[in-house]
Ligand binder design. Structure first.
Ligand code: ZN
Length: 550
């Protein structure tokens, strides 16, 4: 043992010397760390993510080339500093995504282009555009008798309601339809799921009530000789994908009292995700790199989560793995800070409401102090801030469900800016805080540079503070953490039930991750057996059901 220890000590000394001698570095201070946060680095990092998305079909969705390249970039750049122990943590999750186009060219009123949404788990159209007459289905398409013979080989148009989408898709296929379109029974579009992939389903998209009714009225003047022909293309991907969390922890510092901070490294399939959450990823990445110039007393662990957009899967996986050791590893985490969207173009300076003063939902003990520390930063810089709802809609959820004090910053997603917020922060009242949220327009042009820089300095301020001292935060008290964990898990379950009821409308009050009514796995997980249910669904899907790239 002695020999080994001596050898290790020798090795450590060599490493320290080659890494520039950590012990000769000054202890970190807020001022010094903030001083190393530069806008040009934030923009260069953002541009790297943009280039990665551009080279991989315009997205960085989990398990795809764009996400893998993001993971590699984070890993390589942080490992190269020699200051961190960096690991890639793999995990496998079911991925599904799709896109569709729909238009009519044969209508007497000229070409009309619709905005279809593929239902989750729909089959695709085999890389082909189907050009087929559309035939309206009677009633609600919940019985075989509702499908007229003319549906065979053609596209069935079905009204939403009464039975689930999977039943409509199965009956359409049984009636010989080449594809089906379900239109909404209330204003607005349809985003839904078939629940699982199956060969029994016809390819199916959802369209709005208005679009459905416009097809119906065009059908009224169609005849067997002059049918209304629609052009429908559906691309659908459903497969298990391996993806990675990247975890970089300072080699120095007290490993029993660790600060963890994180953002998610994946984007939605619909766009490059440069604000969501390129901004959070690049912000903490920049702070991590700046930190390499200093000594720390407490270890600092930077986490870049995968598959957040599919229900915070990476962070949940991580916390679950820590829990396998009992409470030991979880108890070493003194605080968790989350940064998911920190440069929204019509931003507010939002701070998670850890003390529950604004939204009546407080985080675990200590979350109030984390919130106050952020508030103090903005105050000290003469800037306003507002509380941001703190109910588990981003990667901090797994941490508060383990009683770990948490906090973070959020500049806003698709929710409109209020008049009061416009008064405080400028920008446009009534317009979304991020009009490009979860869309192709979330590019490098979708960042507010001032907000990005200020928030990254706020991250640096909190990192410097907790890397040196836990003063103000409670000691780890396991019974209290367990009590808090139970409370937050119960609340998560009741929230999820609410989400299922409200569907999409409720989904977007926080940042991404919990897309109610669309992300089947999130709901399956909540709807009872949690992991067990989810595995059962995965088991039905199998390793890889079908994959259709164009
Ligand atoms: Zn996000």
């Amino acid at each position: 043992m002695k020999t080994t220890a001596a050898l290790l000590a020798g090795a450590a000394a060599v490493v320290a010397a080659t890494a520039g001698g950590n012990c000769s570095k000054p202890y970190v201070t807020s001022e010094a760390l903030q001083g190393l946060v530069r806008l040009e680095d934030l923009l260069a990092g953002s541009q790297t993510l943009q280039d990665i998305a551009d080279a991989h079909g315009g997205n960085r969705a989990f398990g795809g080339g764009g996400h893998n390249a993001t993971v590699d970039w984070l890993y390589d750049t942080l490992a190269a500093t020699g200051y961190f122990d960096v690991v890639k943590q793999p995990f496998v999750e079911l991925f599904s995504a799709g896109s569709a186009t729909l238009s009519s060219s044969s209508s007497s009123s000229g070409e009309k282009v619709y905005t279809p949404k593929p239902l989750t788990y729909t089959p695709g159209t085999d890389g082909q555009t189907l050009s087929r007459p559309v035939v309206a289905v009677a009633e609600l398409g919940c019985e075989a008798a509702d499908f007229p013979a003319g549906v065979a080989g053609n596209i069935a148009l079905v009204l939403r309601g009464d039975c689930n989408f999977a039943q409509k898709a199965s009956l359409a296929k049984a009636a010989g339809a080449a594809a089906a379109i379900v239109y909404n029974n209330v204003p607005g579009g349809v985003a839904g799921t078939l629940g699982a992939a199956s060969d029994a389903h016809a390819p199916i998209v959802g369209i709005s009530q208005e679009e459905g009714e416009s097809i119906l009225s065009a059908l009224a003047s169609a005849s067997p000789e002059t049918p209304l022909v629609l052009d429908l293309f559906i691309e659908s991907i459903v497969e298990n994908r391996t993806n990675y969390n990247v975890i970089a922890e300072t080699k120095q510092g007290d490993k029993d009292n660790v600060l963890v901070l994180g953002g998610h490294s994946d984007s939605v399939y619909e766009g490059p995700g440069i604000n969501d959450d390129g901004s959070g990823s690049v912000g903490i990445w920049a702070v991590a790199r700046a930190l390499t110039g200093f000594r720390v007393k407490n270890a600092v662990r930077f986490a870049f989560w995968g598959a957040e957009e599919f229900g915070k899967l990476g962070s949940y996986y991580y916390v679950k793995q820590l829990n396998r050791t009992g409470e030991t590893e979880i108890a070493k985490i003194r605080a968790y800070l989350n940064f998911d969207m920190i440069a929204s173009p019509n931003y507010v300076y939002g701070i998670y409401d850890g003390d529950g003063s604004a939204f009546n939902f407080s985080g675990p003990a200590g979350s109030d102090q984390i919130e106050r520390d952020f508030e103090d930063f903005f105050k000290a810089n003469g800037l306003p801030s507002v509380p941001s709802v703190f109910s588990g809609r981003s990667d901090y959820a797994g941490f508060i469900e383990n009683g770990i004090p948490s906090g973070g910053l959020f500049t806003g997603a698709e929710v409109p800016k209020t008049a009061e917020e416009a008064r405080l922060f400028g920008g446009e009242a009534g317009a979304p805080l991020d009009a490009n949220y979860h869309q192709a327009g979330d590019t490098v042009a979708n960042l507010d540079h001032g907000a990005f820089l200020t928030n990254t300095k706020a991250i640096a301020n909190s990192v410097a503070k907790y890397a040196m001292s836990w003063a103000g935060l409670p000691d780890v008290h396991l019974p209290q953490r367990r009590w808090s964990a139970d409370r937050h898990r119960a609340l998560h379950r009741s929230n999820a039930r609410g989400l299922a009821g409200h569907g999409h409308a409720h989904a977007h009050s926080g940042p991404c991750g919990e897309v109610g009514g669309f992300d089947v796995r999130e709901k399956v997980r909540e709807r009872g057996g949690r992991e067990g249910e989810r595995k059962r669904v995965g088991g039905t899907i199998g390793k890889r059901v079908y994959i259709r790239f164009k």
